[in-house]
Every structure is written in structure tokens, then in C-alpha cells.
Design a binder for this molecule. Structure first.
Ligand code: TNX
Length: 509
């Protein structure tokens, strides 16, 4: 029986023969890891209608889960012989082994409601663990809002690929997506835009349809719990002081001008940014701490990208603040936000991430840099002592075209900047030219799903897959040649079909 695992495990030894399972699958597991097996049980129940029973190890189980030392934070060993043995040092290791068991079985295990009498698993031995700790997917819910069910579905897809971070971009010029009790107009005003561009931004056409959405604290808790069961860490992002036009529409005093603005109805980078007064800084601190507080212990992203300084150049207040601090460049003003938010989040027990532009001003070495403009930004950040998450747009912006076939739906970057899965598969997480002594600073990588041109769940699937599958293997650290990967990917997309994923078809370019 040939196997087609994605991502490929670190070591795999396929032996001859199979083992057959029937319902109920009997699993021996210690109490502390029961939850993990219960999630597996729910997956089997929802897909092939099976039961999983937790039994004592003396009771002839089909599978035994054993706690051992030395498998690493997320690693596992899986031995499939007459019985199945899973060794792990952590709950997530067990979850990953069970995910691999599902990939080893028939595709029905990934579908909904496709009953089976028996399943066969190939005999084999796997020893596995990821190379990179940060293996992420970013989703922009600001340009287009995605409901809780869609976010939870994406979490399942992420976990199916042994990825472990979901970075949620929760605000932008075009919309604010979280209720914050002290700031009710974020919901009543900033979360709704009057109209959106039709087709390419440059076309200047508008749909004149309001678009909105805003998560409540309960919604975020549902997402958090769902992610927790799938060992996915949610990384909330509030992006300030740029990308703030929606905020300023709701609270004009936080902006720099006197003319009212509306939640932005165009894509691109708005020139309307927060002012640098105490009111705006404490607003930023208040909302970021509130949102971070919905995700105790999680890393928090404070944005910081693309903050035009034009308004600050013309603002008396900003110029006075510059003089007070002895700044020579307006970009240094952004550092006031970075500093303030970083200190507050740290005090609340969160690690802080930001886009690479924050390095234009002074920034604490403990801030993790998300390098998006180019891999070089990641190299420079790592060389200057920052940990980095690699997110370079040239490889990992999945709002860019899949192909240059000419009949792709409207996407962010026009040809020739296409990003087929083959290109993603050849991405090097370690930035080219980074000396080996800095490699420890490279936490991992994440793909970005910016949603200016992604408005529906099916289109999200289409932009995400199969590129996320190719990415998962790069982030896991086990890519091989394209020729070796392609047949596995061909088998894997059948699994995606069973999951109901509307992926971009293979081989159409
Ligand atoms: C750049 S990356 C942005 C986003 C856009 C994206 C479109 C980054 C930190 N900012 O605001 O959505 O390009 O590809």
C-alpha cells in the first residue's frame, strides 16, 4: 500500500501488509490526553460514522498512546503493526500522529457522512517532528469579513496540514471586526462600509452594497476553543497607527484632520492614520489589550505596516511631539505606538509581533518581526537579533494569482507576479544569505490570505489550496524535489476534495 502524506514526515519506513480496523476503534490513552482522542473520535464519527472507545491498556486495544520523553514539542512516533502504537511527549504530538493515521486511511475519513465498514492502514514506522515552530496561516477578516464557521473550518484545514498558527488581521481602513466594550462605535460605525470596489481597484467601479461584520467576545471564544482543540494558536492582530481610516470614521478625534472620513470604500493604503496624541495612544493601548485579553497567553500582532506620514508632516501636534523626543524623521513617531503597545502586552503576558516596517523606528529586540516585503527584511531582522516569522509576499501572499492563464479571477498582483504552488514549494524558510549562526532566530513562516479580492468561502479555498499544502511541507521542513512531491500532491488533493475544499485545480498551467 503506497502512502501519500502531506506534509511528508521526517522519516518513514513503509513495511508490507496492512492492519484492518472496524468500529469501534479501541484506544488506550492516559487521562491527561483523553481530549485528543475525543477529537479524533468526533472526526471519525462525523466522517465514517464510527465510534472510538477509550479502553484500558490491558484490554486489547487497537491503538496505544504512550507518553515518552524525547519526541520533542510537537513530534511523535507512529508504529503500525498488528496493533498501532503512538509515542509522544506532548498532546499535540498525539494529535499529529492521529492526523497522520487519518491521512493513511481512505479519503472518506476526511469527508462528512460517508459510512465505511472497515479501514485498512499500511504497516509502517514513522518518526517525525517539525523543523520550524511557527507554521502559520494569516487571514484578513477586515477587507472581507468571514464568519465564525468559516474561520473554524479554516482551523480544521490548517490542523489537517500540521500547521499551528492562525493570524487574524482584525482591522483595516475598510473595516473593524471586534466588539470592544469601551468603544461601541467600533461596532456601530467602523465595522460597516457603504460600498466596495468591483473588480480591480483601478477600475473605479463600486458595488454600492454595504459590507460588514464584527465578532463578539463570545464569537472569539468559540474560535479560540475550536483552535485549542486543534492545537492551533490564534494570533490576533490590531493594525495601528496606519490602516486606521475605519477607526477614524468612528472616532474622528483620533485622526489628524477636521474633515469627517467614512470607512474606506477603496483598497490600497489610506493616508488617514491615528494622531500621535495621548488620546490616540491610550485608545490603541486599550483596544489592543482588550483584544489580546480574549486570547490569554497568545502572541499578539500589533501591525505597524504601511503607515504614511503625510498627515504627521502637516500636523502641529505631531511636529511638537517630534521636537519633544528629538526625532528627525516622522517614521520615528510610529515607534511611540510600538513601544507603548509592546510594554502593555508584555505586562499582560503576551509575546509581541509586528510587520517589518516597525524596524524603521527604534524597536525592542524582543519584538518578533514578520518579514513581508522581502526575505531580505527577515535576514536583516535576524542579524540584528530579532526572532522572525517569514512571510515574504513574493512567495507567501496567497492573494496573488495562482497562474497567468488569463482566466483566473481578479487577484491582487497582476502577471508576471504569479505564485503557483510549485513556487511556494521551492520557498526557503531560512532567508537566503543568512549566516548559520542566526538561523535560530527564524521561528518559521506563514502564508497571507489578504482578502480585498477574496469575498467568499469557496474563493478562499481556491486561493489557499493547494498552495497551503505545498507550504505545509516547507514549514514542516521536509520538502523534496518537485517531481517527488507532485504525485503525493495529486493524491492529497483527492483528500481535499473529500473535505469539500474548492481548491485550485492542479495541472491547469
Ligand atoms: C500589503 S502586507 C499589505 C496589506 C494588503 C496586501 C495585499 C501588509 C503588512 N500590508 O494591507 O492587503 O499588501 O497583498
Amino acid at each position: 500500500m503506497s502512502v501519500a502524506l502531506v506534509p511528508r514526515p521526517r522519516s518513514l519506513d513503509v513495511r508490507s501488509g496492512t492492519v484492518t480496523w472496524h468500529s469501534p476503534v479501541r484506544v488506550a490513552v492516559e487521562d491527561e490526553w483523553r481530549d485528543v482522542v475525543e477529537t479524533f473520535a468526533r472526526d471519525l464519527e462525523a466522517s465514517i460514522g464510527w465510534d472510538v472507545e477509550i479502553v484500558d491498556v490491558a484490554n486489547a486495544p487497537d491503538a496505544i498512546v504512550r507518553r515518552v520523553d524525547g519526541c520533542g514539542d510537537e513530534g511523535y512516533r507512529l508504529a503500525i503493526d498488528t496493533e498501532v502504537t503512538i509515542d509522544a511527549s506532548s498532546a499535540v504530538g498525539v494529535a499529529y500522529a492521529l492526523t497522520v493515521v487519518r491521512q493513511l486511511g481512505p479519503n472518506e475519513l476526511w469527508s462528512s457522512a460517508a459510512p465505511l465498514d472497515s479501514i485498512e492502514l499500511p504497516r509502517l514506522f514513522i518518526e517525525d517532528g517539525p523543523r520550524f515552530a511557527w507554521r502559520g496561516v494569516h487571514l484578513d477578516v477586515a477587507r472581507h469579513f468571514f464568519d465564525v464557521a468559516t474561520v473554524c473550518r479554516l482551523i480544521d484545514q490548517i490542523a489537517a496540514h500540521r500547521l499551528n498558527r492562525l493570524h487574524l488581521h482584525l482591522n483595516d481602513d475598510q473595516g473593524w471586526r471586534v466588539e470592544v466594550p469601551n468603544w461601541p462605535r467600533l461596532r456601530s460605525v467602523a465595522s460597516i462600509r457603504r460600498s466596495s470596489p468591483i473588480g480591480h481597484e483601478g477600475g473605479g467601479l463600486d458595488d454600492e452594497e454595504p459590507h460588514g461584520g464584527c465578532y463578539s467576545a463570545e464569537d472569539l471564544e468559540v474560535i479560540r476553543q475550536h483552535a485549542r482543540r486543534r492545537f492551533v494558536t490564534i494570533v490576533p492582530e490590531i493594525d495601528l497607527p496606519g490602516h486606521a481610516q475605519a477607526v477614524i470614521a468612528a472616532y474622528p478625534d483620533l485622526g489628524n484632520g477636521d474633515d469627517p472620513v467614512e470607512v474606506w470604500t477603496r483598497w490600497g493604503i489610506s493616508g488617514h492614520v491615528l494622531n500621535v496624541g495621548e488620546g490616540a495612544l491610550s485608545f490603541a493601548e486599550d483596544v489592543v489589550r482588550y483584544v489580546a485579553g480574549r486570547f490569554p497567553g497568545s502572541p499578539v500582532h500589533i501591525g505597524g505596516d504601511e503607515c504614511p506620514t503625510t498627515e504627521w508632516e502637516d500636523s502641529e501636534l505631531a511636529q511638537a511631539v517630534m521636537a519633544e523626543h528629538g526625532f528627525r524623521d516622522e517614521r520615528q513617531l510610529q515607534g511611540l505606538f510600538t513601544e507603548r503597545l509592546t510594554a502593555a502586552l508584555r505586562a499582560d503576558g503576551h509575546e509581541v509581533l509586528a510587520w517589518d516596517e516597525v524596524m524603521d523606528a527604534d524597536v525592542d529586540e524582543d519584538v518578533v518581526i514578520c518579514a513581508w516585503r522581502h526575505s531580505t527584511r527577515g535576514r536583516v531582522a535576524a542579524e540584528s537579533g530579532h526572532d522572525v516569522v517569514m512571510a515574504p509576499m513574493q512567495f507567501l501572499y496567497f492573494d496573488w494569482l495562482n497562474t497567468d492563464s488569463g482566466d483566473e479571477p481578479v487577484a491582487m498582483a497582476p502577471p508576471p507576479t504569479v505564485t503557483p504552488w510549485e513556487k511556494v514549494y521551492r520557498f526557503s524558510v531560512i532567508p537566503p544569505g543568512l549566516d548559520e549562526r542566526y538561523w535560530r532566530h527564524v521561528r518559521g513562516a506563514q502564508v497571507q490570505l489578504w482578502s480585498e479580492y477574496i469575498a467568499t468561502r469557496d474563493h478562499l479555498d481556491y486561493m489557499a489550496f493547494p498552495r497551503v499544502a505545498a507550504f505545509s511541507e516547507v514549514a514542516w521542513g521536509t520538502p523534496e524535489s518537485l517531481d517527488a512531491f507532485r504525485p503525493r500532491l495529486v493524491r492529497h488533493v483527492e483528500r481535499l476534495s473529500a473535505m469539500g475544499v474548492h481548491f485550485h485545480p492542479l495541472g491547469t498551467h
